[in-house]
Design a protein around this ligand. Structure first.
Ligand SMILES: [Zn+2]
Length: 250
């Protein structure tokens, strides 16, 4: 399905983005000496909230169908009907993650700060492709098996599952999924899984018409490890190299 996140009220997203963009608190302070940036950096100026919303719209429209078709081509019996959501709770960090809802449907969640931090559509597309790739590659399942967290996550989600759920219940389910994602999706992938997601994310972003190399530059602006999004992530140099190698084959 396309553009379901619009149900969260585009006006609310625009307002939240305006608030996020008004402050500088999430802007990273890059360490110039250690930045493995492969090419000229993007302009550092942030986008307007209107532009950020338009960019996100455009990226969802183009990346979601490609992610779903790649998912169906590469898997058997997996739910490939991605639902793209925006976490509009105030104060959430720059983050995006993949998780599953109560019915096992794959969610890709962007925080408002993440949308605000991206400087162009290529960056949003690369991150969206990366998160979709975690689902296609079965990383969440592997992670839960490895960490023994599956029962906790799905127990919580299942308790909220009702047939014909009201919007309120559905939203509550998403909130639970957000928490599950914060617990599972954002922290415990291995570095190998991250590089695999970068590789497949490169394919998805490119096939959706975006530039994955330009998109991967997003990571050059993020604070280095310690941040929950990056805590388990490989060094940027390894990620850029993976993206470069895969992009060269497309
Ligand atoms: Zn990842």
């Amino acid at each position: 399905m396309v553009l379901q996140y619009v149900s969260l009220a585009r006006v609310a997203l625009a307002g939240a983005l305006a608030a996020a963009l008004a402050g500088c608190s999430v802007a990273p302070a890059p360490q110039q000496a250690s930045r493995p940036v492969p090419s000229a950096p993007e302009p550092v100026a942030r986008l307007s909230s209107d532009q950020a919303v338009r960019n996100f719209d455009a990226v969802v429209r183009r990346v979601e169908p490609v992610a779903e078709s790649e998912c169906r081509a590469r898997t058997r019996g997996l739910d490939c009907d991605f639902l793209i959501q925006v976490d509009t709770r105030p104060g959430q960090p720059v983050n995006a993650f993949h998780t599953l809802d109560a019915e096992g449907r794959p969610l890709i969640v962007f925080t408002v700060a993440m949308i605000a931090e991206a400087r162009n559509q290529d960056e949003l597309a690369f991150v969206m492709g990366h998160e979709a790739a975690h689902h296609i590659a079965g990383h969440l399942v592997q992670t839960q098996r490895n960490a023994g967290l599956g029962a906790v996550v799905f127990g919580t989600l299942a308790s909220l599952a009702t047939s014909g759920a009201s919007d309120a219940v559905r939203q509550a389910t998403v909130e639970q999924a957000l928490q599950a994602g914060a617990l599972v999706g954002a922290r415990t992938y291995s570095k190998e899984n991250e590089l695999e997601a970068d590789a497949l994310g490169t394919v998805i972003a490119a096939r959706a018409g975006f530039d994955p190399l330009r998109g991967a530059l997003f990571f050059s602006r993020l604070p280095d490890p310690g941040d929950q999004f990056l805590g388990s992530h490989p060094p940027n140099a390894a990620r850029f190299e993976t993206v470069r190698q895969v992009a060269a084959t497309l």
